[in-house]
Structures are given as structure tokens and as C-alpha cells.
Design a protein around this ligand. Structure first.
Ligand SMILES: [Zn+2]
Length: 215
């Protein structure tokens, strides 16, 4: 498990893997595994569709996959607020597929910044090299220290950006100014604004998400 963790946010909308643990309790237990197997019989791609997770207060807090959302519903942890026009079938039952679910009990999400990691930096920068502003697959991007480590630049949200290998090589051990490069935008930690934007991007095909995200 853990596939949902990349979209977890805390109550201020900042991303935190810990929040995912809070939001999605007990998934590793035997009950969870059994339910999981029950649902994994068919429609594998449908089961991976994104589902918006709301706190009990209707605040958007996470994005998970259909499979996971249905496990939470079956366990009575969450209920569906919006449904897809689709069903999945287990041995005995047909289950309608949720598009938006809401946790039945309010979860306090600890206010911590999302873990600083390569994956999260690339997510923040939308896989766009922050110097040449081209989009690359993750495998063709590296992380650049804007102020080089040799000059005391630290590994922080504000000093790390997604960078293609070509720009990284031409920048070398220099600051952007010295290398004649310009940052596409000032790097920042994840914010409420950023995470809502990402949720919107993920949910852009699903009209059912709009009323929870566009306010
Ligand atoms: Zn580049």
C-alpha cells in the first residue's frame, strides 16, 4: 500500500505522508487485505481512477484510488458523496464506483510540511525543468541546488528545483545568474494553493469534484 500517499495533505493543504496514515487507517490489517482482494477481481483500470477524499467537514484532504476508496466505504470509515456511472462486481455484489468520498469521523491532520523528496519536488514543479521550462519524464530530470551546495546552498524546498540534465550540466557549480539562466518561478514549499491546484489537475475530467474544489 502507500500509493495514495503522494497526494496526502494536512489540514492546511500541505502535503504530508503522515497525514495519509491518519486519513487511511488500518489498511495493512488482515481485514483490509481481505476486502482488498474481494475488490481486485475485475476492472483494474477503473479501480485506479482517482477519488477525491473529503474530511467529515467536506474539506478536501486527499486523493486516492477507487479501490482504496471502496475499501474505506466497506469498512464504514467513509461514505460516497458522488458516484461514477459505473459498477464493479465482486463474487456476490455489484458496487457502484465512487468519485468523491467523505470520512465519517473528523480526522485531525497534523500540520507538518510534506516530506522533502525528489518525487515531491518533481510534483511541485510539474516535471518541468525550471530553467528551460520544458516538460520531461521523471527519469530525465534531476534536482538542481539553485545556490550550489559548494556555496552553502541547502537541500530545502526553496533551494531545490526540477532540472533537465542539459541545463544542470550547463549550470554546473554556479548560481543561475552566473550561468546566465533564469528560474521559471521562485521555488516554494507546498501550500494550500498548490495542493488544491494539483487536486484540480487530477480531477479535471470529473465534474463531480468541482463543487468541493472550486471555491
Ligand atoms: Zn532544462
Amino acid at each position: 500500500m502507500g500509493a495514495n500517499r503522494h497526494m496526502s495533505v494536512d489540514s492546511r493543504g500541505r502535503y504530508t505522508p503522515e497525514a495519509a496514515g491518519e486519513v487511511m487507517p488500518g489498511s495493512e490489517g488482515p481485514t483490509g487485505s481481505r476486502t482488498h482482494n474481494l475488490l481486485s477481481t475485475r476492472r483494474a483500470s477503473l479501480m485506479q481512477e482517482p477519488v477525491l477524499v473529503l474530511n467529515a467537514t467536506y474539506e478536501p484532504i486527499n486523493v486516492t484510488a477507487v479501490r482504496r476508496a471502496m475499501v474505506l466505504m466497506l469498512k464504514g470509515v467513509a461514505q460516497a458523496e458522488e458516484m461514477h456511472n459505473a459498477e464493479v462486481h465482486s463474487a456476490a455484489h455489484a458496487h457502484r464506483v465512487p468519485s468523491v468520498i467523505r470520512l465519517l469521523a473528523y480526522r485531525h491532520i497534523p500540520q507538518q510540511s510534506r516530506a522533502l523528496s525528489r518525487k515531491n519536488i518533481l510534483l511541485r514543479d510539474r516535471n518541468t525543468c525550471q530553467f528551460c521550462v520544458r516538460v520531461f519524464p521523471s527519469s530525465e530530470l534531476t534536482l538542481d541546488h539553485v545556490v550550489p551546495r559548494s556555496r552553502g546552498g541547502r537541500s530545502t524546498w526553496e533551494n531545490l528545483v526540477a532540472c533537465c540534465y542539459r541545463c544542470n550540466n550547463s549550470k554546473g557549480d554556479r548560481t543561475p545568474e552566473e550561468a546566465g539562466l533564469k528560474l521559471a518561478r521562485k521555488p516554494r514549499p507546498f501550500t494550500l494553493h498548490t495542493s488544491r491546484q494539483l487536486m484540480r489537475l487530477i480531477g479535471h475530467r470529473d465534474e463531480r469534484w468541482r463543487k468541493y474544489l472550486f471555491y
